[in-house]
Write a new protein. Structure first.
Length: 142
């Protein structure tokens, strides 16, 4: 059965803000999944802070929410977590490779740390897209 529903059109500004929020949330989820893996392996926030030359408070705040992460922030965290960053983009009309009736469950299982059980994975709420305020500093620079 195919749905004939199509979402209402967005203004260009809303569309851009949606894209920015989506990209930020995807980056946060990816970094956070790597962080949970490193935590399960014994890494601490203190060790991560030393590895990237930042204070523990900054690491804690940054890992608790994406705020206005920059590419520098994302790359810094990924390097400090001894990870590799991969970015892909696809046309909206192309099928998403992980789409399907069980896509959300597969997504959750990828995020799950070794210490968590599969039963707990279904309890995770979906990622929320948070709007970007245009007047906010886009880089969160210091």
């Amino acid at each position: 059965m195919t749905s004939s529903y199509s979402p209402p059109p967005m203004s260009p500004r809303d569309s851009v803000n949606y894209g920015i929020g989506r990209a930020r949330d995807l980056a946060f989820d990816a970094v956070h999944a790597l962080w949970r893996r490193r935590q399960a392996e014994g890494m601490t926030q203190s060790e991560l802070a030393k590895a990237i030359g930042r204070d523990e408070g900054w690491v804690s705040r940054t890992l608790n929410g994406p705020g206005n992460w920059t590419l520098r922030t994302i790359a810094t965290l990924v390097q400090g977590l001894n990870g590799e960053l991969e970015i892909t983009a696809h046309a909206m009309e192309d099928p998403v490779p992980d789409a399907g009736p069980d896509a959300y469950e597969r997504y959750l299982s990828k995020l799950e740390s070794p210490a968590e059980s599969k039963a707990d994975a279904g309890a995770r709420p979906p990622t929320r897209i948070r709007p970007i305020r245009p007047e906010a500093d886009p880089g969160g620079r210091r």
